[in-house]
Design a protein around this ligand. Structure first.
Ligand SMILES: [Mg+2]
Length: 357
């Protein structure tokens, strides 16, 4: 099934909720959508949602990388993910979001060709996953109000952004715990904002508020610091920005520098390398989380299928489609009630897409 056409378009997305993280404020939510057509007439859709401080990519670099990658894959079999990833990786270093957009579209095609929804094509049998909802950094009282709102909407797991000021973070979590009660799970993400000593101090204090994990407490490159915190904290230490590729996963696991890995298709370069990261973790008796950047329904449907198909994926953080305005012309893929996401039984990503490319 040869690839006969690859098109892309820039999609401008508006934030529907103000959202600040320790690493960056007002990051763009724009994306590049990809459509791949095959000689059999089956088409697939993918998405690149680049976040510059995480992977070094912008909308401009994604389109430049796609211009370089598209001629390399034109005429190749859409089902041959392994050689296509080799071609992409030897064609250009890095640029994982651009590669993910192609990868997701090809998985959409492969699953459609098999007549299966993507989560079944990947070997899964359960279409239901439970995602958290993320609260950005704000005044602690406002964060507690957001927490209450999300719990009323049916979310049972909250992920709270921290990392700018440890004392404000403690204040926010205290208020949030008071607002939502004991039954809601609270997870943290510091996006590299703490020093290693601050991280150990904050986590020790957070024991009062029953917080069970923190993502990326310190800068991504500090493997020794991540090990220092992992050895001292009672909570799970999750490597996010630190682990982008299967090679990063191997290094961090071997060095005992985390307790869990947050896999994102935009960091890994798509589902094919994400499966490798999950397998490396699983072989080391480590579970994974699946997260997102600012993907719309296309990228979220792909990540949700990956999460649903792999039992080793224990935590799901797929909420970006709720933080940006819905894109007209994209529907389906999954249905959602609170944090409960149920994947479509339609073939591929199960999306209905009515967009001009
Ligand atoms: Mg994170």
């Amino acid at each position: 099934m040869k690839i006969t056409k690859v098109q892309y378009k820039i999609q401008e997305n508006k934030a529907s909720v103000p959202f600040r993280i320790a690493l960056t404020e007002n990051a763009t939510n724009d994306a590049v959508l990809v459509k791949i057509t095959t000689e059999s007439g089956i088409t697939g859709y993918g998405e690149a949602s680049p976040l510059p401080p995480i992977t070094g990519e912008t909308i401009g670099t994604v389109t430049a990388a796609l211009d370089l990658l598209i001629p390399l894959i034109m005429g190749k079999s859409a089902l041959a993910l392994e050689p296509i990833h080799r071609l992409m990786d030897t064609g250009i270093l890095g640029n994982p979001s651009a590669k993910a957009a192609i990868d997701i579209a090809l998985y959409d095609i492969s699953a459609k060709a098999a007549g299966l929804p993507l989560y079944r094509f990947l070997g899964g049998d359960n279409p239901v996953i439970y995602s958290d909802m993320t609260i950005g950094i704000d005044e602690p009282q406002k964060m507690a109000e957001m927490a209450e709102k999300y719990v009323k909407e049916g979310f049972t797991i909250l992920k709270v952004k921290v990392g700018l000021n440890p004392l404000d973070d403690l204040k926010a979590i205290k208020l949030i715990r008071k607002a939502v009660g004991e039954d809601v799970e609270i997870r943290l993400d510091a996006n590299q904002g703490y020093t290693k000593k601050e991280a150990v101090y904050v986590l020790n204090e957070m024991l009062k508020y029953d917080v069970d994990e923190i993502e990326q407490p310190i800068p991504y490159y500090d493997l020794d610091g991540m090990r220092f915190i992992t050895q001292r904290a009672k909570q799970l230490i999750v490597a996010d920005e630190s682990v982008q590729s299967p090679e990063d996963a191997y290094r961090f696991i071997k060095s005992e520098a985390c307790d869990m890995i947050n896999i994102k298709l935009m960091k890994s370069g798509g589902i094919f390398p994400a499966l490798k990261i999950n397998s490396i973790a699983e072989a080391a008796n480590m579970t994974c989380m699946v997260g997102c950047m600012s993907e719309s329904r296309i990228g979220i449907a792909a990540a949700a299928a990956f999460a649903a198909a792999n039992r080793n994926v224990d935590y799901v953080d797929l909420d970006s489609h709720k933080l940006i305005s819905e894109i007209e012309g994209i529907s389906g893929g999954f249905s959602q009630e609170g944090g409960r996401i149920t994947l479509s039984e339609e073939p591929g990503l199960g999306l209905n897409i009515n967009l001009d490319f």
